[in-house]
Design a binder for this molecule. Structure first.
Ligand code: SF4
Length: 482
C-alpha cells in the first residue's frame, strides 16, 4: 500500500462518535493519510472512550487533541506541522490542553517530534495505542510522554473499533498490520513494523457484527493483504511437526476471503491493498466462486520498467505482473483494476517512462493513484540512491501518465454503458441531492435518480446509459431494489 487514499495537501478529517453520558472529557481526533490510519483512529477512539473521553468536532472544546499523522511524502508531513501551528493560541489560552501525535510521522520522528514541536506533549506510534491511558497519566502530571515501540504481535484484534463518520453502509476491517516487503522508496516497514496477521475468527466476528449493525459492504484492509497468513488453530502437541501444523491450520488470504464470503453471504466484500509479488491465483478462483466478492482489485505496480522494478525492490518483473493480470481476466470475468504509480524514481530514463505508459495501455486500468517520487528519510532509496530526476522532468512525465490514465478511465467507463449493474446505495450525489451515488462490483461510481422508499444500503439494479471520465450515469427501473 502506498497512497490509495492520500491527498496530503488536504487538512485531515475529524469525526464524532456516540457519546457516553458518563464520560466527562473531550477528544478531538483528526486523521491523515491512508485507510489504515483512519481505521486505527477508530481503535484509538474505542480505547479512549473507555477512559472517559467522548469525541468532539471542535478543537476549542477538547481536553485532548490527537492528530493521526501520515509520512508517505514530504508534503504530508508539512501539512501536519501546519495544522499543529493552528493550535498554538489554544494551548496558550488553556495550558492543561494535551496535544498529541499518532501514526507514521510520530513513529518516524519519535523524540525529535517533542524537540521540534514545542506544543506537542505526546508521541505514540501505530503499535502503542493500548498504552494511551498510561501515557495520558504522565501528560496529566505535566510530563511529555512517548511510546513508539513497534510490535511483532499487536493486531488490536480484541478491540472493537468505534466507527467514526462514514455512511453506516461500508466499513473497513483490518486483517494485517505492518509490511515485510522492503520496497526501497517506502517508509511503511519503518513506521508500521513487521507484518502480522490477525486471528481469522476475530475478523469473522467483526464482519458478522457489522452485518448485524446494518453494514452492507466491507473492505478487508492491510498494507499487503496477499501476504496474510495465520496459523495456530491447534496446540503444538496435537501435531507430529511444525510443517504438519502449518499445513493443517494455515489460513492464507484466499482461504480467509472464502471464510468471510461464506460467513456473511449477503455482505459485499472488497479487499485492499494487493501486492503482485504475493498475490496468488487462488484468490482469483475464490473471487470467481463467490458472487458477493466484488470483481475489482487495486494492484499497485509503481513502474512498467524492469530496471525500475528492480531498483524499487518490487520483487517481480513487468512480465510476471502482466501474466497475473491476464490470469485474473481469464478466471474472473468482468474484473477491473486500479493502480499506484511512482513517476521519476531514481535513474528513471525516458525509455523506462515509455514502458510505464505501455504497461498502462496493456492493462487498461479503471483509475489510479499517480505521484512524483518523493524521497523519504531512512528508506533504502534515500540511503543508497540519488534522487536525480529534475523536478520539471518528473512533472512532465507525471502529467503524461495522468493524461493517459484519463483516456483509459473514460474508455473503461464507456465499457459499462448499455447494461444494468447492481449498485449499493452509499449516499447522496455531491452534485445533485435528488440523486443517489453508489458503486458497482468493479468499484465504478454511478449516480442515478432517487426513488421513493429507497434508503442507504439498498442494493438496486441500475441501467447505465452514459458516463463521464470517472462516473457512470444511470437510470432505475420502477422497482429496482434487488
Ligand atoms: S514496502 Fe512495498 S508493499 Fe510494503 S507498504 Fe510499502 S510499498 Fe507497500
Amino acid at each position: 500500500m502506498q497512497d490509495k487514499y492520500i491527498d496530503e495537501t488536504k487538512q485531515g478529517e475529524a469525526f464524532a462518535i456516540a457519546e457516553k453520558p458518563a464520560n466527562s472529557k473531550k477528544l478531538f481526533l483528526e486523521s491523515y493519510g491512508c485507510q489504515m490510519n483512519f481505521s486505527d483512529s477508530e481503535i484509538v477512539a474505542s480505547i479512549l472512550n473507555e477512559q472517559g473521553y467522548n469525541t468532539t468536532l471542535k478543537p476549542e472544546e477538547a481536553d485532548l487533541i490527537l492528530l493521526n499523522t501520515c509520512s508517505i511524502r514530504e508534503k504530508a508531513e508539512q501539512t501536519v506541522r501546519m495544522r499543529l501551528s493552528q493550535f498554538k493560541n489554544l494551548k496558550k489560552e488553556r495550558p492543561n490542553l494535551t496535544v498529541g501525535v499518532l501514526g507514521c510521522m510520530a513513529e518516524r520522528l519519535k523524540t525529535k517530534f517533542l524537540e521540534e514541536e514545542q506544543l506537542v506533549d505526546l508521541v505514540v506510534g501505530p503499535d502503542a495505542y493500548r498504552d494511551l491511558p498510561n501515557l495520558l497519566k504522565e501528560t496529566d502530571d505535566g510530563r511529555d510522554a512517548i511510546n513508539v515501540i513497534l510490535s511483532k504481535e499487536e493486531t488490536y484484534a480484541d478491540i472493537n473499533p468505534v466507527r467514526l463518520g462514514g455512511n453506516g453502509v461500508t466499513a473497513f476491517v483490518t486483517i494485517t498490520r505492518g509490511c515485510d516487503n522492503m520496497c526501497t522508496f517506502c517508509v511503511v516497514p519503518f513506521t508500521r513494523g513487521r507484518e502480522r496477521s490477525r486471528d481469522p475468527h476475530s475478523i469473522i466476528e467483526e464482519c458478522k457484527g457489522l452485518w448485524n449493525s446494518g453494514y452492507k459492504e466491507i473492505t478487508l484492509l492491510g498494507q499487503n493483504v496477499d501476504s496474510y497468513l495465520w496459523y495456530g488453530g491447534g496446540a503444538k502437541k496435537d501435531f507430529k511437526n511444525a510443517t504438519e501444523m502449518q499445513k493443517l491450520t494455515a489460513v492464507s488470504f484466499a482461504k480467509l476471503l472464502e471464510m468471510v464470503a461464506v460467513a456473511v453471504p449477503e455482505m459485499r466484500i472488497r479487499f485492499s491493498t494487493s501486492n503482485p509479488h504475493d498475490m496468488t491465483t487462488e484468490v482469483f478462483k475464490v473471487m470467481a466462486e463467490h458472487a458477493n466478492i466484488c470483481k475489482y482489485i487495486h494492484l499497485p505496480v509503481q513502474s512498467g520498467s524492469n530496471t525500475m522494478l528492480e531498483k524499487m525492490n518490487r520483487q517481480h518483473t513487468r512480465e510476471e505482473y502482466l501474466s497475473l493480470i491476464s490470469k485474473a481476466k481469464e478466471l474472473v470475468p468482468d474484473i477491473s483494476f486500479s493502480q499506484d504509480m511512482i513517476i521519476g524514481f531514481c535513474g528513471e530514463t525516458e525509455e523506462d517512462h515509455q514502458l510505464t505508459l505501455s504497461l498502462m495501455r496493456e492493462v487498461e486500468y479503471d483509475y489510479g493513484y499517480m505521484f512524483a517520487y518523493s524521497e523519504r528519510p531512512g528508506t533504502p532509496a534515500h540511503k543508497k540512491m540519488e534522487d536525480d530526476i529534475p523536478a520539471d522532468v518528473k512533472q512532465r512525465r507525471l502529467a503524461e501518465v495522468i493524461a493517459l490514465q484519463g483516456e483509459l478511465s473514460r474508455k473503461r467507463m464507456e465499457g459499462y454503458v448499455g447494461r444494468s449493474h447492481e449498485i449499493l446505495i452509499e449516499g447522496t450525489s455531491r452534485k445533485n441531492e435528488n440523486q443517489w451515488k453508489g458503486r458497482n462490483s468493479q468499484n465504478a461510481v454511478c449516480v442515478f435518480d432517487k426513488q421513493v422508499g429507497q434508503k442507504l444500503g439498498d442494493m438496486v439494479s441500475v441501467f447505465v446509459y452514459g458516463n463521464t471520465q470517472g462516473t457512470l450515469l444511470g437510470t432505475q427501473a420502477t422497482s429496482a431494489v434487488v
